[in-house]
Ligand binder design. Structure first.
Ligand code: ATP
Length: 486
């Protein structure tokens, strides 16, 4: 088992002048990462409370992570996309002694000592009484954005993080010293999938920010100017990139490995990716924040694509086990499981349950095991009822997305009060220039009727050029629904 902190420190000695992190024009070497994290650790070492890391893609956010491990206190990343009210709520729960503010603008009305990048750079190193992180300590607390429920502070131990990173190092087929792309903001644990495997293997972490995601031209330029080799993103982010011209192996000769997590990797998207990057290694991984980023994986090959639609999420990683509850809900047991929600006993007790001396985490995902693999069939709580019929919206989406005419679709339940009145399909068509919208709607409804009962056919359809994403780069179902409101 390779220790994260020791490994990063080793790389700092070995590759002192090599770029560890690159974000736009900012570059930080391994030597600088070590130096600044020693300085910040000096400033915070007397505290026994976690440190909040506030910012977006600054390399200093990662300085904060390493410093917190050196000082043995754990960190809480907060992205700038999080509204002030939420930040206040998080700070109230966490009660940090410090905020490492990497934005250059102090957070107003917050009575916590804010350390700036300048103060970090100016600090004198004195690390005599360091109490470094150990296995049972909470290394980070990540507040989920709540796309699958209300936000909760998920506490992850150093031991769980090590268990995860060491598994990632086994999956990583590129060895040491490669360039990793990270799309996810640090307050989304998908970023963990890129940060530590990259820094533990002496790689360079290439950060993508949210402006680049909003402006595909910037993203295009970034992808063309860097020799990215390993890729970590949500499938939604990949779908955006697949629209960019020249996103293929001929142009990106070094890009050889893809990791996806956080939402469904559709068969269509994976097939397109494999067509454009024939020799690459593509992983679909699955996991909630509560199980330290990801607990299953599968390499998506043409053989898997030919055999399965929808795609499986694969097999479970070592030291974790999966099982099904009576209602087909997926339950996770083992080292990956979070220490629980920070100061939220009620929510905690609902999903973390002690059964036969082991903590069982109830994911809220509906799952199935067959042909040697696990499959996810949507969220249990995404089930809705219309006129007494129970249905899963994701099932309708899947049927539509299998049609050649439909690239992507979201089904929204339109409610009156608490009651669902009808379903609305918002779709991106493969060929966006259609002559007659009504003919297309009729055609889609007819196709749906072949596979689904009448009550599952959406009453209304609208066609769009793109679908909104959350700050984490996942499909934003709430925003789609909001846009449908009169
Ligand atoms: N490969 C996958 N296939 C299908 N669904 C996935 C996959 N990976 C993750 N998910 C979904 O994402 C959920 C985990 O999301 P996550 O822990 O990131 O937090 P959240 O509460 O949904 O909020 P947010 O993601 O917005 O922070 C899983 O429970 C599952 O529903």
């Amino acid at each position: 088992m390779r220790d994260i902190l020791e490994q990063v420190e080793f790389m700092s000695k070995w590759y002192t002048d090599k770029i560890a992190i690159n974000y736009r024009e900012e570059e930080m070497t391994y030597g600088e990462l070590d130096l600044y994290s020693n300085k910040l650790a000096t400033l915070i070492q007397d505290s026994d409370k976690p440190i909040v890391l506030y910012g977006h893609m600054s390399p200093f956010m990662i300085v904060g992570m390493i410093a917190s491990m050196k000082a043995g206190i754990g960190y809480v990343p907060i992205d700038i996309s999080i509204p002030l009210e939420r930040i206040e709520h998080i700070i109230e729960k966490v009660e940090p002694a410090f905020i490492f503010n990497t934005t250059g603008n102090l957070l107003n009305n917050i009575q916590i000592n804010q350390i700036t990048i300048e103060a970090c750079k100016e600090a004198q190193i004195n690390l005599e009484d360091l109490n470094r992180i150990n296995n049972l300590d909470t290394v980070y607390t990540i507040f989920t954005s709540g796309s699958t429920g209300l936000p909760k502070g998920v506490q992850i131990s150093y031991e769980s993080l090590m268990d995860f990173t060491n598994w990632m190092l086994q999956l990583n087929k590129l060895g040491d010293n490669s360039m990793w792309l990270n799309q996810a903001p640090f307050s989304f644990d998908l970023s963990v999938m890129a940060i530590y495997p990259c820094l533990m293997t002496g790689g360079t972490l290439q950060l993508v920010d949210k402006k680049m995601i909003e402006k595909p031209k910037q993203l295009y330029e970034l992808l063309n100017s860097k020799d990215i080799e390993s890729w970590v993103s949500t499938p939604s982010f990949l779908e955006m990139c697949l629209l960019l011209p020249g996103f293929n192996q001929d142009q990106h000769t070094k890009l050889k490995q893809f990791f996806f997590c956080g939402e469904v990797l559709s068969h269509k998207t994976a097939q397109k990716l494999i067509n454009q990057f024939k020799d690459s290694i593509i992983y679909n991984t699955y996991g909630p924040t509560e199980a330290t980023v990801a607990v299953t994986s599968i390499q998506i090959t043409q053989e898997i694509l030919d055999k399965f639609n929808p795609l499986p999420i694969g097999t479970v990683r070592p030291n974790s086990q999966l099982k099904l509850a009576d209602n087909e809900e997926l339950v996770i047991i083992g080292k990956s499981i979070s220490q629980g929600y920070l100061k939220d006993e009620e929510k905690h007790n609902k999903v973390f349950k002690n059964i036969d001396g082991q903590v069982n985490y109830f994911t809220g995902d509906k799952a199935e095991f067959r042909d040697g693999y696990w499959f996810i069939h949507g969220r249990i709580d995404f089930q809705i009822k219309i006129n007494g019929y129970r249905m899963e919206l994701e099932e309708i989406e899947m049927v539509l997305e299998q049609l050649p005419e439909v690239k992507q679709v979201v089904i929204s339940p339109i409610k009156k009060g608490e009651k669902v009145q009808y379903l609305h399909a918002t779709a991106i068509l493969t060929n966006q220039e259609i002559d007659n919208e009504n003919d297309m709607i009729l055609h889609l409804k007819q196709e749906l009727k072949i596979h689904l009962p009448e009550y599952m056919i959406p009453r209304k359809f609208s066609f769009v050029n793109n679908l909104p994403l959350t700050a984490n780069g996942k499909l934003d179902r709430n925003k789609v629904l909001e846009r449908l409101k009169p």
